[in-house]
Ligand binder design. Structure first.
Ligand SMILES: *[C@@H]1O[C@H](CO)[C@@H](O)[C@H](O)[C@H]1NC(C)=O
Ligand SMILES: *[C@@H]1O[C@H](CO)[C@@H](O)[C@H](O)[C@H]1NC(C)=O
Ligand SMILES: *[C@@H]1O[C@H](CO)[C@@H](O)[C@H](O)[C@H]1NC(C)=O
Ligand SMILES: *[C@@H]1O[C@H](CO)[C@@H](O)[C@H](O)[C@H]1NC(C)=O
Ligand SMILES: *[C@@H]1O[C@H](CO)[C@@H](O)[C@H](O)[C@H]1NC(C)=O
Ligand SMILES: *[C@@H]1O[C@H](CO)[C@@H](O)[C@H](O)[C@H]1NC(C)=O
Length: 376
C-alpha cells in the first residue's frame, strides 16, 4: 500500500466504513453507548480542594479544581450544598470549615466547560444538606444560565429502562444530567432528579481497605438486597474512597485516607485497589459495569485507568493529563487537624456546644457515636 497517497482520503474512507472521527466523552467508541451502560468517573466532593486555596485543608478531597477534573476525564462531579447567610453555598460539612463559594459560581464554571467541550456529557450530584427546594436550586441553575444543557428525563418518578446514548444527548444539546440527594421534585424544574429514584449506591463509609463492598446500601429499600437492586432500573453507583479513623478520648473521627489513595485508586495492586473492586462488582452485577465510580483525589491511581478499562477505551482523545502525585504533604496537615480535633473533643467534654458540622467530613452518623449529653 502507499500510505502517502491514501492518507488524504482517510476521513472519507472512515466515514464510508462508519468509523467515527469525533469522540464522545473522550472516545469515538462511546458515542453509541447508552448513558447508563458506560462508567462515568466521579470526583467526590469535587469543589472541596486540598490545595493552597484552602491551606491544604484536610476537609479537601481533591487536589485539582472542577474544571481541571473535567478536562482530565472526570464526568461526574459531586458537592454538598449548604445555606449560609441566606445564600446557597458549597461547603464541606459546615461553611465554617471549608467554603468553596456559591453554587451559582460553580455551575457557571461547569457551563463554561460545557460550552468549550461540545461533545461531552457531564453529571452533577448535589448533596442537599440544608433541604433546598427544587425552586431554590432551579433558580440558581437559571441564574447560572446552565438550564439549556440540562437533560430532562421522561419521568421524574420512574427510572427509565434504558437511557439515551451519549450521541443522542449531545445532538439534543441536553448533555448535563442533574441528581440531588434528596429532593422533593417539581415539574417546574423537570431536569432536577431526586437521586434515589434513579440510582442505588454501595456503602460509602469505609475505614478499612479490606472492607470495600459491592452490596447496595442506599436507598434503604435496597439495603443489602442486590438482586432487587439489579432488577430495578436504578443505576449502580460505586463509592470507592477510604477514610482514616482515629479515636480521640471517646470520639471516633474520620477523614480521607490520602496516604493510601494511590493504592485505593489504582487499577491493580494492593488491598482495596479500584481495579479489583470494580471487577468484582461487575461480576456480582451479572456483568453490568457500575454506571458511576466515585473517588477522592481522582488523579491518584490514576482512577481513570480503571474507568477506561471498564469502558474498553484504549486510546482516549482530548484529555488534559494531570500529575498522578499528591500535591501536599499529608503528614503535616494531618497533625494540624488532629490537634484541632483534640481541642474540639475537649471542648465538648467540658460542656461546650459543638455543632454537627464540627465533627464530620463525610456524612458520618456522629450523633449516635457521640451519644447523649452533647448538644450537636
Ligand atoms: C446563556 O447560554 C446560551 C447557550 O449556551 C447562550 O447562547 C447565551 O448567550 C447565554 N446567555 C447569557 C446571558 O450569558
Ligand atoms: C431531546 O430534548 C427534548 C426536549 O428537551 C426531549 O423531549 C427529548 O426527550 C430529548 N431527547 C433525548 C434523546 O435526550
Ligand atoms: C470490616 O468489616 C467487618 C465485617 O463486616 C467488620 O466486622 C469490621 O468491623 C469492619 N472493619 C472496619 C474497620 O470497619
Ligand atoms: C490508610 O490506609 C492504610 C491501608 O489500610 C493503612 O495502613 C493506613 O494506616 C491508613 N492511614 C491512616 C492515616 O489511617
Ligand atoms: C466493554 O467490554 C465488555 C466485554 O466485552 C462488555 O461487557 C462491556 O459492555 C463493554 N463496555 C462498554 C462500555 O463498551
Ligand atoms: C448551647 O445550645 C443550646 C441549644 O441550642 C443553647 O440554648 C445554649 O445557649 C448553648 N450554650 C452555649 C454555651 O452556647
Amino acid at each position: 500500500m502507499r500510505p502517502s497517497y491514501c492518507l488524504p482520503f482517510l476521513p472519507a474512507l472512515a466515514s464510508a466504513l462508519g468509523v467515527r472521527s469525533t469522540a464522545c466523552n473522550n472516545s469515538p467508541s462511546l458515542c453509541d453507548k447508552s448513558y447508563g451502560e458506560i462508567t462515568h468517573l466521579g470526583a467526590h466532593d469535587s469543589p472541596f480542594l486540598r490545595d493552597s486555596s484552602t491551606d491544604d485543608s484536610l476537609f479537601g478531597d481533591q487536589y485539582y479544581d472542577t474544571t481541571t477534573q473535567l478536562s482530565a476525564g472526570v464526568r461526574l462531579v459531586t458537592a454538598q450544598v449548604h445555606k449560609s447567610n441566606s445564600e446557597w453555598r458549597l461547603c464541606h460539612s459546615s461553611c465554617d470549615y471549608l467554603d468553596a463559594g456559591l453554587l451559582k459560581d460553580w455551575l457557571k464554571d461547569i457551563k463554561t466547560w460545557l460550552d468549550d467541550n461540545p461533545n461531552e456529557v457531564v453529571t452533577i450530584l448535589l448533596v442537599n444538606s440544608d433541604d433546598a427546594s427544587a425552586s431554590d436550586l432551579g433558580t440558581i441553575y437559571e441564574n447560572a444560565n446552565i438550564t439549556s444543557y440540562a437533560y430532562e428525563p421522561d419521568s421524574l418518578t420512574t427510572a427509565p429502562s434504558t437511557w439515551p446514548t451519549l450521541q443522542e444527548m449531545i445532538n439534543n444539546g441536553t448533555r448535563l444530567v442533574n441528581f440531588v440527594a434528596s429532593l422533593t421534585t417539581s415539574s417546574d424544574y423537570p431536569y432536577l432528579m431526586s437521586e434515589w429514584d434513579f440510582i442505588w449506591e454501595n456503602q460509602y463509609d469505609v475505614t478499612s481497605a479490606s472492607n470495600f463492598t459491592c452490596v447496595p446500601n442506599r436507598p434503604t429499600e435496597y439495603d443489602n438486597d442486590l438482586s432487587s437492586a439489579l432488577s430495578s432500573n436504578l443505576l449502580p453507583f460505586m463509592n470507592h474512597f477510604l477514610y482514616s479513623s482515629i479515636t480521640i478520648s471517646t470520639y471516633d473521627i474520620e477523614y480521607p485516607n490520602a496516604s493510601y489513595v494511590s493504592t485505593t485508586n489504582a487499577a491493580s495492586g494492593g488491598t482495596g485497589n479500584l481495579g479489583s473492586t470494580a471487577t468484582k462488582c461487575k461480576k456480582d452485577y451479572n456483568g453490568r459495569q457500575p454506571t458511576f465510580i466515585l473517588v477522592d483525589f481522582f488523579n491518584r491511581g490514576p482512577a481513570i485507568d480503571t474507568v477506561d478499562s471498564l469502558n474498553n477505551v484504549t486510546n482516549p482523545v482530548g484529555r488534559t493529563s494531570v500529575s498522578t502525585s499528591a500535591s501536599t504533604s499529608d503528614a503535616s496537615t494531618t497533625n494540624g487537624v488532629l490537634t484541632t480535633l483534640v481541642d474540639l473533643a475537649e471542648s465538648a467534654r467540658s460542656g461546650e456546644n459543638v455543632t454537627f458540622g464540627n465533627w464530620i467530613w463525610a456524612a458520618g452518623a456522629w450523633g449516635s457515636i457521640l451519644g447523649g449529653g452533647i448538644s450537636l
